[in-house]
Every structure is written in C-alpha cells, then in structure tokens.
Design a protein around this ligand. Structure first.
Ligand code: 4NP
Length: 172
C-alpha cells in the first residue's frame, strides 16, 4: 500500500464508523468496479462482518446502465467463488454524500470523479484502488480488461483481491 498522508487521514477518521460505505468506480461499471464490489463483499462475508459495510459500484460512463457485469468478468469471478449480480449505474454528485470512501480504478476515473465532486471535503473521499494494492504487485492503476484476453481479467481480480484484503484489514 502507498497511501498519502491525506488518504491515511481519511481512513483514520473512519476507524470506528459503522457501517463504512464504500463505492468502487470504473468507466463502464461492467468489469473492474462490479468485480471490486464482489471481491470486498466476499472478503467481509467470510470474516463475518458484512453488517459493518455498505458496498456498491458505479461507472463514469452511461453506455451499460441496467446491465449485469460483462460475461467474461462474471466467469472469471465465479471461478474464485464470487457471483457478480450488480446492475450497472452511473455515478452522480449525490454519491459523495452517500459514501465515505470512493475508489477509482485508474487516473481517468479519478479525474472524472474530481470534476464531479461537490466540494474539497468530498474530494478527500477519493482513494485510488492502486494505493491499496500491495506495492510488490507493481501496478499504479487497475488496467481496463475490456479489450484484453483472459489474463487481463485474472490480473484485475488479483489486484482487486490484494487491495480489498488490505482495505478490509484496515477496519478489522
Ligand atoms: P470497466 O471496463 O470500466 O472496467 O467496466 C469497460 C467496460 C466497457 C467499456 C469500457 C471499459 N466500454 O467502452 O463500453
């Protein structure tokens, strides 16, 4: 993990908050962010602390609203025991009121979110996924798998498992 002092402060202020409300963001909301939602939900369910979390995802784009996640993402997640049933929705400014931590997958998602944020305080809720991933994995963003093969989807899941494990550990 490589969290800035400001990001560490955001997380420290949430230490005793229950439930912690987490929103994952990507471009389409059919691959990376619904997978992140599924991975974190699976981790906290296995830890028996699902009641302490509200977990959702949304996209900056609007092409796939109402759709289930991409079939390839669903297949790769299912192989790890995770069912993805989220329905695509677009992120809105109101999400900055409804969530405590907002987690973009790459720098384009992050700059789109910063433009949408209604205040400077709201912007402080943004913590890039890559900042939560183990440094040894050597990725500073979660690569879009949409035009990739099977390895792209597996890489996304590996990165998300690392980041979500670390996020859950911060609050356990
Ligand atoms: P995601 O992947 O942002 O991880 O959901 C994408 C899905 C769809 C598109 C782009 C990225 N698209 O252009 O339709």
């Amino acid at each position: 993990m490589e969290l800035s002092p400001k990001q560490q402060n955001t997380l420290a202020l949430l230490k005793d908050k229950k439930p912690i409300r987490v929103l994952f963001i990507c471009l389409g909301n059919i691959c990376r962010s619904p997978a992140a939602e599924g991975v974190l939900s699976d981790i906290v369910e296995n830890q028996g602390c699902a009641d302490n979390w509200i977990i959702d995802s949304a996209g900056t784009g609007r092409w796939h609203i109402g759709q289930l996640p991409d079939n390839r993402m669903r297949v790769h997640a299912r192989r790890r025991g995770i069912e993805l049933t989220h329905r695509c929705r677009q992120v809105s400014a109101a999400d900055f009121d409804d969530f405590d931590i907002i987690i973009p997958m790459d720098s384009q998602n992050e700059s789109d979110l910063r433009r949408l944020a209604p205040s400077v305080e709201a912007e402080d809720k943004i913590i890039p996924m890559a900042a939560l991933v183990d440094k040894a994995m050597r990725y500073d963003y979660i690569p879009d798998p949409y035009y990739e093969g099977a390895e792209g989807f597996e890489l996304v899941l590996d990165l998300l498992e690392s980041g979500c494990q670390n996020l859950a550990r911060l609050f356990s």
